[in-house]
Design a protein around this ligand. Sequence first.
Ligand SMILES: *[C@@H]1O[C@H](CO)[C@@H](O)[C@H](O)[C@H]1NC(C)=O
Ligand SMILES: *[C@@H]1O[C@H](CO)[C@@H](O)[C@H](O)[C@H]1NC(C)=O
Ligand SMILES: *[C@@H]1O[C@H](CO)[C@@H](O)[C@H](O)[C@H]1NC(C)=O
Ligand SMILES: *[C@@H]1O[C@H](CO)[C@@H](O)[C@H](O)[C@H]1NC(C)=O
Ligand SMILES: *[C@@H]1O[C@H](CO)[C@@H](O)[C@H](O)[C@H]1NC(C)=O
Ligand SMILES: *[C@@H]1O[C@H](CO)[C@@H](O)[C@H](O)[C@H]1NC(C)=O
Length: 524
Amino acid sequence: MIGIIDILCIFILLLHSSSSSPNVTNDRNTPHPPTGLCLEKLGNSSYLCMVPHPDGSNRVFVCNQQGKIWLATAPEVGSSHSQPLMVDESDPFLDLSGQVQFATEMGLTSIALHPNFTQNGRLFVVFNCDKFQQPGCEGRCSCNTDVGCDPSKVESLPESYPCQFHVVIAEFTANGTTRSSKLSWTGHANLVEVRRIFTMGLPFEPYHAGQILFGPSDGYLYVMIGDASHVADLYNFAQNKKSLLGKILRLDVDIIPSEEEISRLGLWGNYSIPKDNPYVNDKDFGPEIWALGFSNPWRCSFDSDRPSRFICGDVGKDQYEEINIIKKGGNYGWRVFEGPYLTHPSYAPGGYTQPTAITTIFPVTGYRHDNINIDASKGPASIVGGYFYRADADPCLNAWYIYTDLYSYDIWTAIETTETSENLTGFSVPFGCAHDSPMECGFKSGANNVPDLGYVLSFSEDNNKDVYLLTSSGVYRVAAPSRCGYHCATERYSNVTRVASSGNLLEIASLGACFISFMAVIFL
Ligand SMILES: *[C@@H]1O[C@H](CO)[C@@H](O)[C@H](O)[C@H]1NC(C)=O
Ligand SMILES: *[C@@H]1O[C@H](CO)[C@@H](O)[C@H](O)[C@H]1NC(C)=O
Ligand SMILES: *[C@@H]1O[C@H](CO)[C@@H](O)[C@H](O)[C@H]1NC(C)=O
Ligand SMILES: *[C@@H]1O[C@H](CO)[C@@H](O)[C@H](O)[C@H]1NC(C)=O
Ligand SMILES: *[C@@H]1O[C@H](CO)[C@@H](O)[C@H](O)[C@H]1NC(C)=O
Ligand SMILES: *[C@@H]1O[C@H](CO)[C@@H](O)[C@H](O)[C@H]1NC(C)=O
């Protein structure tokens, strides 16, 4: 039996070396996408966010849209008997569901832990609330005279009022709860809010994004806010220099200004303005603004190998979904452009910005709606930005940016055509479920061996840089390609060797991998 597999392995190796294998780092001009993306299913709950514990461990905080946050433990990559994500859902780290307005595009959308969380226990949460339902929810309306918008004239959705709903950033603390050592917070956050960092009334319910991230090099809080419109940004908020809608903001949450300073600068809460924000000296601009011209920046990340590379998916309206590399002070064009296309809505009470009046930074990649809809009709599309893959599990994915679309059944990987071109070429990659996945993936009916992920809502990256997909059907992690029968020449079978205690195990492991790729050749 072993002899047969050995022969098969030699045959398979020959087969693989004679076909062109992916070699992304050395052949960027004609990049070869990975043969496939292997996923292991680690959980069956639907989360909207996951952030690694800053203590460097394999613990992660997960949150759901309804308003609960849990502390969970991700299993070691490739443990011999893989475990699912360990989380006790009956025991949340913080439960804000009483304060959170939960609806299709409303809820708890993001959390961020202070870079010094292990010392100071500071935790930041973004959520939506309804001023008629949740006490303490009301703040200034983003439709106001400063931005040329009159709330009494806004045609809001039939069931809501302009600025009934708000986006807030609230600070909580994990202080005063159990602490087993200086570097490991356990237990729970204090349910009593420490301070309200930011409060802004939304003119309309959808498209308000709502993600926060601490910059890895500067420690400032980046805040992603959409144009908050139900049709193509009628009020032209994304180009309005005073409006914080359709923007990425950058706030300093370490220096809390006095109430006098907050009102003098017209700030939206308890934060200060970093001195090197791009528009601090331009009175026409909100000083919080880091970049502008976004529609609904849904999921941004910093490349963990190149922290200066800040990349976002920006959801479009009818035509185009885009990926942008974010630059200080950059204008990303919405609603003058939707991706590469000029837009000109016939009804625009907020007026128009002329294309020649701005310097637009165009997307680094993206796709037209009619390219992802099977019948080539313009169906819904909603991009979900991901991560530049930097983990060890799949070396063939290294440096590829992974992203997807809520409504399509594609996962794309894109790579820069040259190291610094800021021009990404994207490919749809096949994906599968690891044969030894800790939880069964379940398969899409009618499709052969395509795992049923449900809707992919967000991505995440842990302290090992492993990448996760957070979907309506659960939590999935990118695994070694061989576990799905995909070939990657540079894979070192690290999944098995890490737990191997003898040389024999290693040999069995590589035979196993060969056998799996043999099965794959037969069945795929
Ligand atoms: C892959 O990269 C290595 C290292 O530079 C190079 O020697 C090899 O020729 C490349 N292989 C292919 C198939 O491009
Ligand atoms: C989800 O997974 C847990 C084990 O982690 C299991 O007990 C539970 O029944 C699963 N729920 C569903 C709906 O599959
Ligand atoms: C974080 O902690 C380090 C060391 O204790 C300190 O030097 C640094 O100023 C802190 N940073 C912030 C933003 O609090
Ligand atoms: C948490 O505790 C640390 C150490 O005692 C202290 O420096 C810090 O200010 C506290 N943070 C909050 C938010 O209370
Ligand atoms: C600052 O935080 C305090 C405590 O949460 C809150 O009462 C106050 O309203 C906040 N100020 C602003 C301008 O949001
Ligand atoms: C990006 O690269 C593609 C393929 O090489 C090329 O066709 C396109 O013009 C480039 N775009 C930009 C903006 O340089």
